[in-house]
Design a protein around this ligand. Structure first.
Ligand code: GDP
Length: 349
């Protein structure tokens, strides 16, 4: 819905009436009391590109941040077709049966491309989405991966403030998004399919290294034998990977979202993992490092955005020069940045 700066439009009997947005205090109080409508609206503000929305989103986040951090944050990845949404449906339902409140967020790098959203296009998680203890929010779109990831991370804080104690962040295993997800979750689960080679699954060594747990999906019916063989192969593959900083070995198991086999065990394993890393002080350390990482990321992206908004034309001219071999890339970059800094001084006079 297109919105006017700082206002939301309401259609009343054919006329368009501007409705003021609630203030940050109203938003945060509502979110803290578990108001899902206000939570959704706050996330829309986080995702908005309007300056006034961003300011309001920042004020809401500031108020909510002290109340966040109490959930278990689980990253889930795997190639399209591995069974992510079917797994999350079974897993999410199991968690809710255990009395947990679950938020499912997605980071879909393909949603930036004109139409091709791999995660968003189909009707997903039908039985899960009908339950009142769940909150499902698709990937924010129309942004760089870094932008999408930052917004998802902020959405995690808002969901936690609204009382969700388990956050599942799903991403499609095609590219850099795993690294982004890993920088916002406590435990990272990689789903693999039996019978497809590593290359076919696009599983880079880095993703295997990142995974705290690996589950071979679709271990049911005739596929059980293949799933068990894949499990044995994966166990020997992770054996050669460097140990995790936490000192905990990557857990490898099979599961079936269809029969429910292995689903509750994955949760038990995750809960044990969290308990152990919390006791070792590693969870706190990991979250602190993630906060530092995002501070770093954000400074870079704010500076870059500002640079390109002021120096876009000069940059394109410089691109011509360096591609034609008329100037060196580093020297040209240095000159451009110098000009940008001078420009900034002129502007602030
Ligand atoms: P995603 O693209 O990773 O989200 O994968 P989906 O969850 O959409 O699943 C892809 C296909 O695998 C669908 O046809 C599912 O019905 C099927 N599938 C998913 N999980 C299982 C499972 O545990 N067992 C079996 N036999 N099929 C499954």
């Amino acid at each position: 819905m297109p919105q006017a700066e700082g206002k939301e439009k309401t259609h009343i009997r054919g006329s368009v009436k501007k409705k003021s947005l609630p203030d940050a205090e109203t938003f945060s109080k509502g979110i803290l009391s578990g108001d899902i409508v206000l939570l959704s609206r706050a996330i829309t503000l986080v995702e908005s590109t309007l300056h006034s929305h961003q300011e309001l989103a920042e004020a809401i986040l500031e108020k909510c941040l002290p109340h966040s951090g109490k959930s278990i944050r689980v990253g889930i990845t795997g190639i399209p077709g591995v069974g992510k949404s079917t797994f999350i449906e079974a897993f999410g339902n199991h968690l809710i049966d255990q009395g947990r409140k679950v938020a499912v967020l997605t980071i879909d790098p393909t949603s930036q491309l004109s139409r091709g959203s791999i995660l968003g296009d189909k009707t997903r998680m039908e039985t899960l989405s009908r339950r009142k203890e769940v909150f499902i929010r698709p990937s924010p779109s129309g942004d760089s991966l870094g932008g999408v990831a930052r917004k998802t991370r902020e959405t995690i804080f808002l969901c936690e403030s609204a009382g969700f104690d388990t956050i599942l962040v799903e991403t499609v295993g095609v590219g850099q998004s795993e690294t982004a997800v890993n920088s916002m979750v406590d435990v990272f689960l990689l789903l693999l399919i039996a019978g497809a080679g590593d290359e076919l699954q696009g599983i880079k060594r880095g993703i295997m290294e990142m995974a705290d747990m690996i589950a071979i999906t679709k271990a049911d019916g005739e596929n059980i034998g293949r799933a068990n063989r894949a499990k044995a192969e994966t166990i020997s593959a992770v054996h050669f990977l460097p140990a995790h900083e936490s000192g905990i070995h990557t857990d490898v198991r099979t599961c079936s979202a269809l029969t429910g086999e292995g689903i509750s065990e994955i949760w038990t394993e995750i809960a044990n993992f969290i308990k152990t890393i919390r006791e070792k002080g590693y969870l706190e350390k990991k979250r602190k490092e993630q906060a530092k990482h995002w501070l770093h990321e954000s400074v870079q992206s704010i500076l870059l955005d500002d640079f390109f908004s002021k120096m876009g034309t000069d940059f394109h001219k410089a691109e011509e020069l360096v591609t034609q071999g008329l100037a060196g890339s580093y020297q040209t970059a240095r000159k451009l940045v110098q000009r940008y800094k001078n420009e900034d001084k002129n502007l602030s006079k």
